[in-house]
Design a protein around this ligand. Structure first.
Ligand code: SF4
Length: 298
């Protein structure tokens, strides 16, 4: 169970999650819901004020930082700002190998070519600069760089949000193929539910730093339980024009975590709120095997 205070704000509260090796956990919610903060906690980039994060059954605070960095990598939303514009693609991908002194110079070069091939680019691309690539290609380069150190866990923070829809599908499909091939574990953060549904095995829906619903992906998308999940899903168009979900409009803005509402944090915007919701906070409880919801309706 994790808690993280930034200044006087409890940015992530009472979060308890397991991520299975070789699977993807999707984290969804509006911006400011705490999902990126949670990702930084998982990576050891933010320290938690209470609770513990275990990686391979060992607290991350007891890992050698360099070793942990090899095993956990991150992909960011904007590949352009995460790639040094003055460096050629080859040296960007090779950077981790250089830092960790892995292999000889010719082995590193061969590894760069192998990584470029894995992400659908060609060996000759190593001499080009980031600005010579499209957004989708730049994200492929960022993925190649994360793979250089053979990581086991990759945190993908909005990795396709900045890309065109058609390119998004290609990058998602590449991430899925790489996961199957290398048994990678992903934490996939997005506000885009359709991207999350494509890649996630389990999905956690976050609101104001708390998990509102946690369930296997298929179950959550077919039968959302929490009113917040229902509202998020109702905004996503179904591919079947005759079977569109009933639109639930959320009123009001996301409250500030500096002054969270009493009781259920979602109650000021919840169309199903009743008296108890304002006074008492519901815990995240299992309602069917593997599926948990924090709501007094259950
Ligand atoms: Fe809505 Fe109440 Fe459930 Fe919160 S606990 S989601 S306010 S019904």
């Amino acid at each position: 169970m994790l808690g993280l205070k930034t200044g006087s704000v409890r940015a992530v509260d009472s979060v308890s999650l397991d991520i299975e090796k070789g699977k993807t956990l999707g984290l969804v919610g509006e911006s400011g819901c705490g999902k990126s903060t949670l990702a930084k906690c998982i990576m050891g980039l933010e320290s938690v004020t209470s609770g513990e994060i275990l990686f391979q059954n060992k607290p991350i605070t007891t890992w050698n930082k360099k070793e942990l960095h090899r095993k956990m990598q991150m992909i960011f939303q904007d590949p352009y700002s995460s790639l040094n514009p003055r460096h050629k693609i080859g040296s960007i991908i090779r950077e981790g190998l250089d830092i960790h002194s892995i292999g000889t110079s010719s082995e590193r070069k061969a590894k760069v070519h192998e990584l470029l091939g894995l992400v659908g680019l060609r060996p000759e691309h190593e001499t080009r600069y980031p600005h010579e690539f499209s957004g989708g290609q730049r994200q492929r380069v960022a993925v190649a760089r994360t793979l250089a150190l053979n990581p086991q866990l990759i945190v993908c923070d909005e990795p396709v949000s900045a890309l065109d829809v058609s390119v998004q599908a290609q990058v998602l499909s590449m991430l899925k193929d790489l996961q199957d091939r290398f048994n990678l574990t992903y934490v996939f953060i997005s506000h885009d539910l359709s991207a999350v549904s494509h890649i996630s095995d389990h999905v956690a829906v976050m609101y104001l730093g708390r998990i509102m619903e946690l369930a296997p992906s298929e179950l959550l998308f077919a039968s959302p339980k929490h009113p917040y999940t229902t509202a998020l899903l109702s905004a996503v168009l179904s591919p079947d024009p005759n079977n569109q979900p009933e639109r639930v409009t959320l009123t009001g803005d996301l409250p500030t975590p500096m002054n969270p509402p009493t009781g259920c944090p979602f109650h000021p915007r919840c169309p199903k709120a009743f008296d108890k919701c304002k006074a008492e906070r519901p815990e995240l409880l299992e309602i069917t095997p593997g599926a948990k919801v924090a709501c007094w309706l259950y």
